[in-house]
Every structure is written in C-alpha cells, then in structure tokens.
Design a protein around this ligand. Structure first.
Ligand SMILES: Cc1cc2nc3c(=O)[nH]c(=O)nc-3n(C[C@H](O)[C@H](O)[C@H](O)COP(=O)(O)OP(=O)(O)OC[C@H]3O[C@@H](n4cnc5c(N)ncnc54)[C@H](O)[C@@H]3O)c2cc1C
Length: 716
C-alpha cells in the first residue's frame, strides 16, 4: 500500500509539473525568460530564490523529470559560478539520492526475487567496487543522469556511499554547466557545452581511481613475490600437495591436458574419503542396516532375528571395501594416467619450490610454476580436561582400533550431533553398542530445518541411541579404571559412565607444518583463497577441506577443476568457483538430503519462498518396501516453479536428490519435473509427485471454473 502511495505521488508530481507548464521553462528559451523574471526577486531576496530554486531542482530530480542540465545553466545565470555550483551540487545530489531511494524501495524486492541468485555476483562486485563505477559514471555523463539514479537503486550500494560519490563525481560537470550558465544569453544550444575533448577528459578522470585501484592490486600481488627468487626454469607445471579427493582430481585434470604434474601424498592415497571417511562409514552403515532389517524382519513377513554378528567380521568387511575401492585412487592408476606420484611429506619453501621428505627417507626439492594445496582436514579434538587419560577414537583411528575387537563397544559415547556423529551413532547402536550421543546445541544436525532434526532424533531413538541435546561436555574422569564423562545440562551436573568415546565434533583444516606460516599465507580456520582459489600468492591455490567452505568429497572434486584450470591456464582466463548448487546427504536411516535453501536459510537470508511438501508415506513403492516415511520438501519462488532448495528425508534420499540438483543447475522448474516420465513404481516418483503438489496448489482457479461450466454445457 505504501509503495502504491509513493508511486501515485511521483506520478502526480510529474503530471502537475506538466500541468503548470514547468517543462516550458526547461528549454533554453524558457529558461532565459524565467531567469529574467527571477532576477528582480533575486536582487532583493536572494535566499528565497535559492530556496525555491533548490526545492524545485530537488523535486524534479527526485521524480526523474527531464531538465536538470537546463536548470543547472539557470543556477549559473542566477547565482554565479561559485554560488550556482554549491546550490546545484547539493540540490542535484539530494534529488538524485531521493530518486535512488524511491527506485530501491519500489523495485529492489521485485528485482531481487526475480534475478536474486544471478545478481549475487554483481552485487558483491558493487559492494566492493561500486563507488568507483559510480564515480566514473557520474564524471562521464554517457549514461543519462536519471538512469544512473534508478539503476543504482537496484544494486546493493550503500545510500551514504551513493550520496557522497554522486556529489563528488558530479561536481566537475556541474561547474562546467554552471559556468556556461553565467553566459546564458550567448548559449543557443545545449550540445556544445560539454565538448568531446572535455567529455574524454572527464571519462579518463573518472576511470582513474578504478585503474589506480587495479594497478595497486597488481603491484600488491607482485609485491608478495618481492622476497623470493623465482627459478629461471621449473621442474613441473604443477605440484599438488595431498592425494585426497581434491588432489587426485586436480592431478587427473592436469595430466589429462598434458601438463607435467607431481602429486605428493604423505600417507594413504585417496585421503580421508577412502580411508577414514565416506567409504568406511558407508560400508559400516550397510552392515548396520542389514542387522537392523534382520531385527525387524517381521515387518516383511519373515521371522525377526537378533543378528548373530561378529563385530570383527563387520569391521573386516569395512577394510575389504576400502581395499576394493583403493585401486581407483592408487599410485599405479595415477602413474598410468601420466601423474608423477610421490610418497612423501611436502613442505613449501618458497612460492615455487616444494621440499619433499620421501617416505623412504630421501629428501629433495622440486619447483613448479603453480602449486595446489589439497592437504585436507583432520578430526577436531576439543581440549576437554581428562580426555587423554580416558582415551578416545576419532574417524581417523576408529577403523583400525575397532577391527581388533571381537565385540562392539559396550557403552559408547559419541561426542557431536553433526552428520558424522549421527551416522556413526546409529550404525554402532544397530551393531549392538549401547550408544549415548552428546550434543551441546539444542538439537542435532543443526544445519537442517528443525523438523528434519526432530525426525533424525526420532529415528536415532528408535535405534536405541540415547540422544542428549543441550548437554555440554565439561571433562572426563578416570576413577579406579572406570571412565566417566561429566556434562552440564540446564545448570545441572550430569555424570555418564562409558567404555569408549568417539570424538566427532567437527574437522579442522590442516594448516600447520608444511610451510604456510613461512610464506605468510593467511590461515584463519582454512587456507584463505579468493574466488579463483588463489591464495596470497596467485600461483598457489588451495582446494578441498583445507580451503572450505564445505567439507564434502564432491565439493573437493568440484573445486579441483577450478584449481587445476586456473593454475594451468589462468594467464588466459580464470574461472570463479561456482557454489550456487551444492548438494549433500547425511546417510542416517532415513537419509537426509539437501540442495539449496531450506526454510531456515531462506528466512535468515530474507528470500521470499513457497513450500511444497509431498509425504513419502503416500508413495506406492515406499509402501511396498515398508519404507513409507519421510518427505520431499521443495522451496520455490512465490508464484513460480523455480526451485530455491529441496530437502528430502527418506530411504535413498541422496539418490532422489540428484534430479533436483540437475534441475537447479540447469534452471529447470517443477513443471519440467512434472512433465518427465518416472518409472512406476520407484522412489524417484516422489519427486514428480512433489512437483504435482506444487501444480495443484497453483491450478488456475478461474480457468477451471470456466472449464467446469463448459463441460456442464456440453452435457446438453
Ligand atoms: C567419517 C566421515 C564420513 C564422511 N562422509 C562423507 C560423505 O558421505 N560424503 C562426502 O561428500 N564427504 C564425506 N566426508 C568428508 C570427506 O571425506 C572430505 O570432505 C574429503 O575427503 C576431503 O578431501 P580433500 O582432498 O580435501 O582432503 P583429504 O581427503 O583429507 O586429503 C588430504 C590429503 O593430503 C595429505 N597431506 C596433508 N598434508 C600433506 C603434506 N604436507 N604433504 C603430503 N601430503 C599431505 C593427507 O595425508 C591426505 O591424504 C566424510 C568424512 C568423514 C571423516
């Protein structure tokens, strides 16, 4: 309503200006006549004339009424060079800022909702360099004055910045016009006032700060190399430190484009994902799920049975799965692809040189034009007093530790309510451990919507996991060989006895010990990179967990492409990492899969959205499988089928999500998913039914009412 009032007010002022013939004064002849009329008043009451003139100037500029140039000439004629320049400088800037604010208020939300994601990069640019661009535009009036006001209102530039840059940027042009206005009688056309020479000078002046800033950046970039001596020749085009997902893919791409590339790995090829992360945890989840299904076989018409499981055999299977997948990441495979694989510890000694301590004790140095750091992350172990005394396992150590055991841990404490903690807590509970999961926050899986956390908690409870949320671990105690965790919950001290403790409270990037400190590379939580994955040194890149912001294998692989291409071909073209569509899945049962925004994100980012939900309890295949639980929740742009984000909870949710990831990546809406044939009966049909729910909610009521009438008429 407010918007409508403002719009009507602007239109009314516009029409009134026409009605009262203001535009007739905004021609050269009209101006000359108007100035003559005002001269007498100006001689006796100059402040009144200044006030009236300024008010008219501000109002006309605010409603984008054409004629600012003519009025500026008038200011020269009335108030002289200095006075005129001051009056116009303030009046035009205030008016321009009002027009800018009106445009922002009336149109920004609409533009954001329509082009929000596409505008993100533009707005980031404006936030960083908007003042420079505006200054250039203001100095060189190639774009009409009112267009700048209206367009800038749609960007993220701050009002204060807009005001002062406009005032400064318009000053020179204003002075030229005001000066010309002092000779008003001699002016016969507006055209000659800004000669082409003057225009070019202004443009150059406007571009100067931008060019200066770029030049300073370039100098700063070069300066970082000042302390170092660049080798005359390089041994390699690229050195990659770490052979996890990020390092392997980087090396693979480099070899594929025939670069000379060395991949250095200190420990196991395949990194965390293969040896301690995705692969072993998913192998464990499979065995645990089977044990769970045996226990609940009566749901399928079979006799329920307590699985006679050998914990050792389960853990041995985990190791066998790792061994079966290991050839995909092996030295042999990568050597075959053309990568020089080195087993050793790498340390940066200058921006182009890496010292390698080979695992067999040899040492050497190697140079490369570019280096990619892909050193990954490691489990974060909180500084809990007594933790070292009671002992603990992490995702790094549990696989080797538990494979030695015949029995699952009796009383297992899992510290941490994130995805890794949840997956492992559920699995070990299903394999016979008595599990207590301890989370400090008031819910588990805090990144997901509350209803998802609630469902996850319910399913963990159903598997016998005692989930303690809002419990802060204070310390561990070892008393007479017995282990205790001391916690605090709503001000009370709680004590829990346990046999094993699994620490799963997060993973921190590997930042120390391999030369980042000596090179001065910024390492606040992760290796700091720009959007091209360049570190402080434009020839040193970082990718994967060590660089963040996500900690997933598929994101590490995604970044690897950018790191490899920018490192090898950045001198021709550099690519900014695209994080616009990032999916992930937590592999508890039922799985929780997500891409894009959930409701909490959308609310916190002020993104307008509609929610469409389809309950998987209604899906034929899920019912047939006795897996009828969970939902597909899709967030869309209000009134549109454009997908903003999807959360799926259910069996194989991670696989179901792929269709939405593809849709979002390629701008396909729910109508396209609805128009796609999905095999019956599959779980994937849930996606189509979710799209169907959206369609039903957006059925054209009026057309349907007409159709109903038409069909009634056709009955005869
Ligand atoms: C239990 C668990 C379950 C997970 N489940 C999933 C999942 O289901 N899906 C998913 O997407 N992600 C999952 N992850 C996360 C995934 O494992 C990581 O995101 C991924 O491994 C990151 O790969 P990376 O290449 O960045 O690092 P890493 O895999 O950690 O590789 C880094 C490598 O660098 C080596 N290195 C470090 N410093 C040096 C040096 N100076 N010289 C030589 N070598 C060095 C290390 O030895 C290591 O091998 C899981 C993680 C854990 C712990």
């Amino acid at each position: 309503m407010k918007k409508l009032i403002i719009l009507v007010a602007i239109a009314a002022i516009f029409l009134a200006a026409h009605y009262f013939g203001i535009d007739s004064y905004l021609t050269l002849d009209g101006l000359k006549q108007g100035v003559n009329q005002l001269q007498t008043l100006n001689a006796t009451q100059p402040w009144l004339v200044v006030a009236i003139f300024s008010a008219i100037y501000i109002v006309l500029t605010a409603v984008s009424f054409p004629g600012a140039a003519v009025m500026t000439l008038g200011a020269g004629a009335l108030f002289g060079v200095v006075g005129g320049t001051i009056v116009v400088s303030f009046a035009s800037t205030i008016g321009a800022t009002l027009a800018f604010l009106a445009s922002r208020y009336l149109l920004r939300d609409y533009v954001e909702s329509k082009f929000g994601s596409r505008l993100k990069a533009f707005n980031t640019g404006i936030e960083k360099e908007g003042a420079f661009y505006l200054f250039t535009l203001r100095l060189a009036p190639v774009v009409p004055f009112f267009v700048i006001n209206l367009l800038m209102g749609l960007t993220a530039i701050k009002t204060r910045t807009y005001y002062w840059v406009s005032q400064l940027g318009m000053l020179a042009g204003t002075a030229v016009y005001v000066n010309a206005g002092t000779q008003l009688a001699k002016i016969s056309s507006l055209k000659g006032i800004l000669s082409p020479g003057l225009l070019i000078s202004f443009t150059l002046l406007g571009l100067f700060p931008l060019i200066a800033k770029k030049a300073l950046n370039l100098i700063a970039k070069r300066k970082v190399y000042a302390h170092w001596k660049k080798p005359a020749r390089f041994d390699q085009n690229l050195i990659v430190i770490g052979a996890g997902a990020a390092g392997l893919v980087t090396a693979y791409i480099a070899a594929a484009v025939k670069a000379k590339v060395t991949l250095i790995e200190a420990h196991k090829m395949g990194g965390d994902c293969l040896n301690y992360g995705c692969v072993p945890s998913k192998a464990l989840i499979k065995s645990a799920k089977l044990a769970h299904q045996m226990r609940h076989a009566d749901r399928y018409g079979l006799n329920a049975a307590t699985p006679a499981l050998s914990f050792k055999a389960v853990m041995q299977r985990v190791h066998k799965v790792i061994a079966d997948i290991a050839p995909h990441d092996s030295i042999e495979r990568y050597t075959g692809l053309g990568v020089n694989v080195v087993q050793g510890y790498a340390k940066l000694i200058d921006p182009w040189t890496v010292h390698i301590k080979h695992n067999d004790g040899r040492e050497c140095t190697m140079t490369a034009r570019s280096i990619v750091i892909a050193a990954g992350a490691q489990p974060f172990v909180p500084p809990l007093p007594g933790l070292q005394d009671v002992g603990y396992v992490t995702s790094d150590t549990l696989w080797d530790e538990f494979v030695k055991r015949d029995e699952p841990p009796k009383r297992l404490v899992v510290l941490g309510g994130g995805p890794i903690g949840c997956e492992l807590a559920q699995s070990f509970a299903r394999l016979g451990a008595t599990v207590t999961q301890v989370e400090m926050a008031d819910r588990i899986m805090i990144r997901e919507d509350v209803e998802v956390s609630d469902l996850a908690m319910k399913s963990l409870h159903a598997d016998g996991v005692n989930v303690l949320v809002g419990h802060k671990a204070l310390r561990c105690e070892l008393r007479d060989g017995r282990k205790f965790l001391i916690m605090e919950h709503t001000g009370q001290r709680i004590e829990l006895e346990f046999d094993d403790l699994l620490c799963a409270v997060g993973r921190s990037a590997r930042l120390a010990g391999y030369g980042l400190e000596a090179l001065g590379i910024d390492t606040h939580r992760v290796v700091q990179t720009n959007e091209y994955l360049e570190t402080l040194y434009p020839n040193i890149f970082a990718a994967g967990d060590v660089a963040g912001p996500y900690q997933f294998t598929h994101v590490a692989a995604h970044q690897a492409w950018y790191a490899a291409v920018n490192a090898l071909f950045g001198q021709f073209k550099k690519f900014k990492v695209d994080y616009s569509v990032i999916p992930w899945t937590t592999f508890i049962d039922p799985e929780v899969a997500r891409v894009g925004l959930n409701e909490a994100d959308a609310k916190s980012q002020n993104v307008p959205f509609e929610v469409t939900r389809y309950g998987i309890d209604d899906l034929d295949r899920a019912i047939a499988d006795s897996d009828a639980h969970g939902f597909v929740k899709v967030l869309t742009v209000p009134g549109k089928d454009k997908i903003l984000g999807v959360t799926i909870v259910g069996t194989h949710a991670g696989d179901l999500l792929a269709e939405f990831v593809l849709a979002m990546r390629h701008g396909l809406g729910l109508n396209k998913i609805l128009g796609t044939i999905h095999t019956y009966p599959t779980l994937a049909e849930a996606n189509k039914y979710a799209a169907g729910e959206w369609k039903r909610a957006h059925a054209p009521a009026r057309v349907l009412a007409l159709l109903s009438k038409y069909h009634t008429w056709r009955l005869g």
